[in-house]
Write a protein that binds this ligand. Structure first.
Ligand code: CP
Ligand code: NVA
Length: 322
């Protein structure tokens, strides 16, 4: 059975180890460890990435990450391939499976990445759909673990839209037993099925999930505040939506309500002056560029885990990850 990553809880069982692997591998690689530098689990493989929407971080982090693991990265932009014009997702998936060791797909509807995975004989990784952004959540939780030793007493808060980034972030926090609060205006709440799954993980792991429409209540004494754009890709025609987010900007006044050791997170790209101010983005407590870098390390762990699990296990043993 091929394992895919369409939402972050697809790797629920090994999530903590996947993050520890990424943190430790990054450390070893940066200090020039020979084993890490010569670890090439994707040797002779090509990994293809289909993009129906623009991307900076996802595209570059996958291309560089695949190269560092010994594979070759193929970026397939929608306008350059047959998909969506004269070929179905199912046929595309079956053809690409004959050439590639794995595929990533950035699409609009989540059902499109589900369809690609359904017909693929190699692992498919969701590189952002309208509903989920699992690679972002893996990088985000890796970054949280790097910056906060103690997750027992940690509270992560979301202020903003009930979107794809929130969905995987809330699932990921609950999977690690981190208390999670989210402020979303009425009508912009996360999907009910994702909230239900999140509450299930939180119950199992002894943490809480709290919803409010008051951003200050959400961030009160919290350790991390996370936001994202109010208008996601594909919603450009919904400009009026912004009016619902009055009072939701993460700014200096909002930060005053947080724990003094606060961190600010954003998946980027940010609309400075809209959902977040320059003061917050450029503050020394902002960890947004660590998150961006960690996209690559987290995806290196995920790709190895899905595409070459034997090599991933061996590296776990070498790095003493239990
Ligand atoms: N955060 C993120 O997915 O960024 P890109 O759209 O630049 O890939
Ligand atoms: N919610 C945003 C995330 C971008 C990385 C979007 O889907 O456009």
């Amino acid at each position: 059975m091929v394992q895919h990553l369409l939402a972050i809880d697809d790797v629920q069982e090994d999530f903590k180890r996947i993050l520890k692997w990424a943190i430790e591998f990054k450390r070893l690689w940066k200090q020039g460890d020979e084993v890490a530098l010569n670890f090439l689990p994707l040797d002779t493989m090509a990994i293809g990435s289909i993009y129906e929407k623009p991307s900076t971080r996802t595209r570059v982090s996958f291309e560089v990450g695949v190269q560092r693991l010994g594979g070759s990265a193929l970026t397939l932009l929608k306008n350059d391939i047959q998909l969506g014009k004269s070929e179905t997702i199912s046929d595309t998936s079956q053809v690409l499976s004959r050439f590639l060791g794995g595929m990533t797909y950035r699409c609009f509807g989540h059902e499109d990445v589900e369809e690609l995975a359904k017909h693929a004989t190699v692992p498919v990784i969701n590189a952002l759909s309208y509903k989920h952004h699992p690679c972002q959540a893996a990088a985000d939780l890796m970054t949280v673990l790097e910056h906060h030793d103690d997750t027992e007493d940690l509270t992560v808060s979301w202020v903003g839209d009930g979107n794809n980034v929130l969905h995987d972030l809330m699932l990921a926090c609950a999977m690690l037993g981190i208390d999670f609060r989210y402020a979303c205006p009425e009508g912009y709440e996360p999907a009910a099925d994702v909230v239900e799954r999140t509450e299930g993980y939180a119950r199992t792991n002894g943490s809480s999930v709290t919803h409010t429409t008051d951003p200050i209540e959400a961030v009160k004494e919290a350790h991390v505040v996370y936001t994202d754009v109010f208008i996601s890709m594909g919603e450009e025609h919904l400009k009026d939506k912004v009016a619902a987010f009055e009072g939701y900007q993460v700014n200096e006044a909002m930060i005053q309500h947080m724990d003094p050791a606060w961190s600010f997170m954003h998946c980027l790209p940010a609309h400075r002056g809209e959902e977040v101010t320059d003061w917050v983005m450029d503050h020394e407590h902002s960890i947004v560029f660590d998150q961006a870098e960690n996209r690559m390390w987290a995806q290196m762990s995920l790709m190895t885990y899905l595409i070459n699990p034997g090599a991933w296990d061996m590296m776990c043993e070498f790095m003493a990850i239990e």
